[in-house]
Each structure stands twice: as structure tokens, then as C-alpha cells.
Design a protein around this ligand. Sequence first.
Ligand SMILES: Cc1cc2nc3c(=O)[nH]c(=O)nc-3n(C[C@H](O)[C@H](O)[C@H](O)COP(=O)(O)OP(=O)(O)OC[C@H]3O[C@@H](n4cnc5c(N)ncnc54)[C@H](O)[C@@H]3O)c2cc1C
Length: 402
Amino acid sequence: MNILNRVDKDCCGCAACMNSCPVSCITMKPDSEGFLYPSVDETACINCKKCEKVCPVLKGRQVDNKPKAYLVRHRSKGMRASSTSGGFFVAAAEYVIKQGGCVFGVGFDENFCVRHSFIENTGDIRRFNRSKYVQSEVGLSYRKVKEFLDNGRMVLFSGTPCQVEGLLNYLGRDYDRLLTMDIICKGVPSPKFWRKYLNWHKKRSGKDIKEVRFREKTYGYGSTTMRVIYSDGSEYDEPYDVDPMLQFYSKEMISRPSCHNCKVKGKHRRSSFTAGDYWYVSGAAPEMDDGIGVSQVLVNDEKAAAAFEEIRKRLDVAELDFDNDSAINGGMMVSSAVASPRRDEMFADLDKMSVHGLQKKYFPSTFKLKNRIKRQIRPIMYKTGILKIYKRRMRKKQSEGR
Ligand SMILES: Cc1cc2nc3c(=O)[nH]c(=O)nc-3n(C[C@H](O)[C@H](O)[C@H](O)COP(=O)(O)OP(=O)(O)OC[C@H]3O[C@@H](n4cnc5c(N)ncnc54)[C@H](O)[C@@H]3O)c2cc1C
């Protein structure tokens, strides 16, 4: 029985097994939904079981820590505008690189595949900036992290909770010079759906894609907008309830199966930092609510706390009460999102239907006149300042209604 038989659909695709295999007999291969799973070359396998020992799903975890919770925002408005939340990642990456370290994170490759890689210059931080709502391919990054650490370099590794667990299991011991940042994670969407979505863009526009921003903030932090910039500089801008990638993701139709039964989430984590969004800023720290975004950060251990003392020099910071679940916006921190009952049906349709066809079948209201008008007036509301006032009121209401 190999590792895949043991974990089956609980496999989170973190690739710790592939990284740990001493004879490199494990590769990660896509299934029919486009998610990567380990494939074992049984003829080369020496049955050492290292892959099982590092697997976050099989290993489980026990964490006994006393995290501190903060609301933070990067002091540079520009950095914050180009970050998903409040720009904590940028501040942490700047700090580590200034110490001579390197930073592992998730960016696009030249074909817009979502992958882990590393950077060593502050000028490259923008490559990892912004959430990419697609499961990233870790490749052999954990081996590279170990190589840097063994050579005495400082490393910041950022990723989903399962990827950070995978790395820590792979390393097998603590390193003074390692910091990790996991995200509060709703789930990771299918790379196959993503590829289909990119092709849809190319076909409908007749242009190549230059840039993708999943959470463009032009209309404010709370107005999740997909922006695709084409090769000629023209732009596609659609809100989360119209853009197909964000629509299928938000309605839980395209996340990895294991995300609906996540084994590594929790309030207590082995990462140094946990970062996520924070929607109740107008209640918790109204002075930090300028509509450009804030991050909620858990500082999970003493090593992280020491680093945070330096990182916070780049941040505005307010304390949150870790023991109060609603104060720390704990929903996706601990619970798995429930899969749509139509998820399997959608994946069965994926190879047969166009993106437009899928949208017409699963979200017909997208094309209703009422919704089309709403989309037309949004830029006008934005330009006249009405959208800003409306969003601020909504955020205030959200804070009060908790
Ligand atoms: C798939 C996904 C789901 C998320 N779900 C939630 C949620 O439900 N609730 C919530 O509060 N926050 C969620 N987040 C986290 C949130 O979107 C921000 O990433 C986080 O708040 C950090 O923002 P920032 O402003 O500090 O930095 P940014 O610069 O925006 O963050 C970028 C960081 O995210 C990492 N990253 C980007 N894409 C990926 C990816 N595909 N896989 C792994 N790491 C990635 C980068 O390496 C970098 O460290 C999610 C993020 C992702 C990628």
C-alpha cells in the first residue's frame, strides 16, 4: 500500500512526500480535476516510509502555544494597495531580505501557472504579492529551503497551512533562522479550472494576458474585483459575483476535495505567523480603516515574537484579543468550507462545456439585466464617491452586527 492509497482524497497536495523521498520515486501528477497527487514508482520504492512520516494528513499535529493577535497595516499605502489584505507579507519579506535572507512564496510563471519559488531582493517582493486563488505547485521547494538553512541563510517560507506543515515535517527540526507564514485559507482552487479560465480570456479578448489581480482594490478593500490586464494595456474588471473564477471559487465548486475536510487548520499552529483578512476594522480600530485593507496576524511563538518586534517598525499595529473568536475573525481559521452539492456535477461538465456555458448553467443570474445594470453603475458610484461612503457604512454595520 503506497502513500496515495493511505491518504486518498484527504491528500492536500503539499508535496512533502515527493521532497522527502530519498530515491526520488515520487512525482506529483494531476488527477481529472487538475489537482496534484503523489504517484509512486513502485519498482524504485525502497519502502522506507519517509513519505508517510512527513505527510501532514497521516502525521497529525499537536501544538501547545500562546499566540498573540494583531491587526496590522503596512505604512506604505502603495504597498498596501498592491497587497491582498494589509500588506503584512511585504513587511515580513522586507525584514528577512534586509537580514540577508531569502523568501519563498507564490507567484505566476511565464504561462501564469501558480508556483512556489524564492526571491532574494526586495525589488522582487511584488512577484509574490497578492493572493492567487489557485493551488500552487510546491515542486522541490522544501529541499531548497533546507539547503539555504543548512548554509546559514535566513528563510521566510509562505504558503497555505498544509504547505507550511509539509515543510516543517520535511525539515524534521526547528531552525533558528527559519520563519514561516501561513494564511487563513478557505481552500485552493483547481489549476485545471484556472487554465480553462485563462484560455477563456484569451479567446474572448483575442489578446495575451499581461497581469492578473484576483483582488484588485480600485473599488475598495471590501469590493473583491478580478482584474486582468491584456497585452495592449486594456483591462477586464469584474466583481466576485460576475467573474467566473471568483464566482465558482466563492460558491465552493472548484476547491480541492481535502480543503472541505482540512486536517491542518486551527487556532493553534506551528507556523511563525498566520495572516488573513480582517473585515471588522471599523469596530476594532476605526483609525486604521481607510478602505485600503488591513491584515489580521497571529504571532505564534517566541521566535516569531522577536522577529515581529522588528517587522512592526514597518506597520501600524493594534492588538486583538486572541481568546475571543469573533475578535480574531476565526471562521476560516478553524472550519473547512462546505463543498457545493453541485461540485461533482460541475467537474463532470468541465471538459465538455465552455466557461460561458458553465456560467449559464450554474449562475444564470449573472446575465440578468438587473445585474448588468449594477455592473454599469459601479464605476459611476466609485467616481462620485458614493461607493466609498456605502462601503464604509457596510463595514461599520458588519462590525456592529457581530
Ligand atoms: C487560496 C487562498 C485562500 C485564502 N482564504 C482566506 C480566507 O478564507 N480568509 C482570510 O482571512 N484570508 C484568506 N487568504 C489570505 C489572504 O488572501 C491574504 O493572502 C493574507 O491576508 C495575506 O495578505 P497580505 O496583504 O499580508 O499579503 P499579500 O502580499 O497579498 O499576500 C501574498 C502572500 O500569499 C502567498 N500566496 C499567494 N497565493 C498563494 C497560493 N495560491 N497559495 C499559497 N500562498 C499563496 C504569497 O506567497 C504571499 O506570502 C487566502 C489566501 C489564499 C492564497
